[in-house]
Design a protein around this ligand. Structure first.
Ligand code: PHE
Length: 408
C-alpha cells in the first residue's frame, strides 16, 4: 500500500492503518481560538489565569503558576495515554474515540497529555491551555475540537506541614499500587491527602465563584486513571447540574516516572466552551468557530470580567433529512465513522446527527441504521435543493467509504 505523508503543524507524518484524521479536522489545527484577542474563549481563559495569578503568590508576591498555551496538538500515544497510566485496553484509546495521525501519534484528546513532559522539565505549578480533539456525537454541545485548561500543583512535605517536623507525606511501607476507588493511594499518608484535597477543593470552588458569581455547587466522586481519589465539580446553572471540571490527587507513579521524588500533587482539567456557553448564554458550540463580526463584535471589550449576554445574530430555520443503510457484514462499523463523513462532506451546516432507528432483521441478522441529519446555516436560510445535494453526497460517501448499503 502507498504510504502517504501528511503535514500537521508543519511536521510530516507517515500515515498507516491507524490514520483517521480528516482534512476537515486538520483545518482546525493552528486556529488557536483561545489566543485570539476578544474571542470569548480567550476572555474565559484570561479570567482563569488571573484567578490563579491572584490566588497563589510567593513570598515576594509574584505569581507562582506558569502558563503554557502554545503546545503543539500532535502528541505521542505515550504522552496522551501511557505516561498517565491509562491501561492499554482502555476504551479512550480506541480509533473510534480519537483522531490518530498514525499508530504512534494522535491529536491530543486532553491537555493532560502534556503533564509528564512539564513535570520532567522541573515545574511545580503550571497551567496548560489548548485545543483538544475527540470523535464524538454531533449536537449543539459537542464539537470534535474544543479547548481545555489543565493545571498541576505539587507540594513538598515542608509546604504541606509548615509548622510540624514529624508529620510525613509518604507511608514508609506504602507502595504505589492503586485501588481504583475513592480510597487514597496506599503510598500517601491520610493527613497529607486530606490537606491536598482541601486545598484542591477550596481552590476550585473559588474558581467557580470567580467565574459564575454566587452559584450552588456539589462534588461528585468519579474515576480517572491518572488521579486517585478523583472528583467532578458540578455547578447548578439554569435549573440543572452541570459538570464543569474533573480533578484529583495525582497518581504517584506519574511523578516518580518524571523524576519527582519528594512531592505530592493535585491536578484538574476544565472545558472552556462549557464555561463560555453558560457565562455568555451561547447555545450552539459551532458559534465559537464563527469569524463573523456579528458574533465577534459582541465580545470586544477590554474588561475581561464584563457581563456579556450573547444575542444570536439570528436563527435561520433547520432542514432535516434522513438516511438509512445496512451495516457492512464483514467489516467493523462505528457510528463515529459515519459522523466524520458527515462532518467532512457537510461541514459547518450540520447542526446535529441522531441515530433514530437501529434495527436487526430477525432472519438475515443484518442491521440497519437510520440517521436524521439536521442542517442549519448560521448565517443564512438554507434552500431544500441545496441541502438535498449535500445529503446525497453524504450518502454516497458513506456507501463508498464505509461499505454500507443504502436503503430504498
Ligand atoms: N483529562 C481529564 C478530561 O479530559 C480531566 C482531568 C485532568 C481530570 C486532570 C483529572 C485531572 O476529562
Amino acid at each position: 500500500p502507498l504510504k502517504k505523508d501528511i503535514i500537521v503543524s508543519g511536521n510530516p507524518y507517515i500515515t498507516d492503518d491507524y490514520t483517521n484524521v480528516t482534512d476537515r479536522i486538520l483545518s482546525h489545527v493552528g486556529k488557536n481560538l483561545h489566543l485570539q484577542q476578544y474571542h470569548p474563549l480567550n476572555l474565559v481563559y484570561q479570567r482563569i489565569v488571573n484567578y490563579f495569578y491572584q490566588s497563589f503568590l510567593n513570598a515576594r508576591r509574584n505569581p507562582i503558576f506558569s502558563v503554557y498555551d502554545n503546545l503543539a496538538p500532535v502528541v505521542s500515544v505515550n504522552q496522551n495515554f501511557d505516561s498517565l497510566l491509562i491501561p492499554t485496553d482502555h476504551v479512550s484509546r480506541s480509533k473510534s474515540d480519537c483522531y490518530y495521525v498514525n499508530r504512534n501519534y494522535l491529536l491530543r484528546a486532553h491537555m493532560t497529555a502534556h503533564q509528564s513532559e512539564l513535570l520532567t522539565a522541573g515545574l511545580n505549578n503550571f497551567l496548560m491551555v489548548g485545543d483538544v480533539y475527540r470523535r464524538d456525537e454531533i449536537d449543539r454541545t459537542h464539537y470534535p475540537v474544543f479547548h481545555q485548561v489543565d493545571a498541576v500543583r505539587l507540594k513538598t512535605r515542608d509546604e504541606i506541614f509548615p509548622n510540624d517536623n514529624k508529620l510525613q507525606i509518604f507511608e514508609k511501607d506504602g507502595n504505589t499500587e492503586s485501588f481504583g476507588g475513592q480510597e487514597k493511594q496506599s503510598c500517601h499518608t491520610l493527613e497529607a491527602v486530606k490537606l491536598m484535597e482541601h486545598e484542591l477543593k477550596t481552590t476550585l470552588e473559588g474558581l467557580a465563584s470567580h467565574l459564575f458569581g454566587n452559584v450552588k455547587f456539589r462534588w461528585v466522586d468519579t474515576y480517572f486513571p491518572f488521579t486517585q481519589p478523583s472528583w467532578e465539580l458540578e455547578v447548578f446553572y439554569e435549573n440543572e447540574w452541570l459538570e464543569v471540571l474533573g480533578c484529583g490527587i495525582m497518581r504517584q507513579p506519574i511523578l516518580t516516572n518524571s523524576g519527582v521524588k519528594d512531592r505530592i500533587g493535585w491536578a484538574f482539567g476544565l472545558g472552556l466552551e462549557r464555561v463560555a456557553m453558560c457565562l455568555y448564554k451561547i447555545t450552539d458550540i459551532r458559534t465559537f468557530w464563527s469569524q463573523d463580526s456579528g458574533f465577534l463584535s459582541q465580545f470586544k471589550t477590554n474588561d475581561i470580567n464584563k457581563t456579556i449576554i450573547y444575542k444570536p445574530i439570528s436563527q435561520y430555520p433547520p432542514c432535516k433529512c434522513d438516511v438509512s443503510f445496512w451495516l457492512p457484514e464483514n467489516a467493523e462499523y462505528s457510528s463515529n465513522d459515519f459522523y466524520d463523513i458527515v462532518r467532512s462532506v457537510g461541514g459547518e451546516i450540520v447542526e446535529q446527527v441522531q441515530l433514530i432507528d437501529n434495527f436487526t432483521h430477525p432472519k438475515t441478522k443484518k442491521t440497519s441504521h437510520c440517521y436524521r441529519i439536521v442542517y442549519r446555516h448560521m448565517e443564512k436560510t438554507l434552500i431544500q435543493e441545496e441541502v438535498n445535494k449535500v445529503h446525497q453526497k453524504i450518502a454516497d460517501a458513506a456507501s463508498l467509504n464505509l461499505g454500507v448499503t443504502l436503503r430504498q
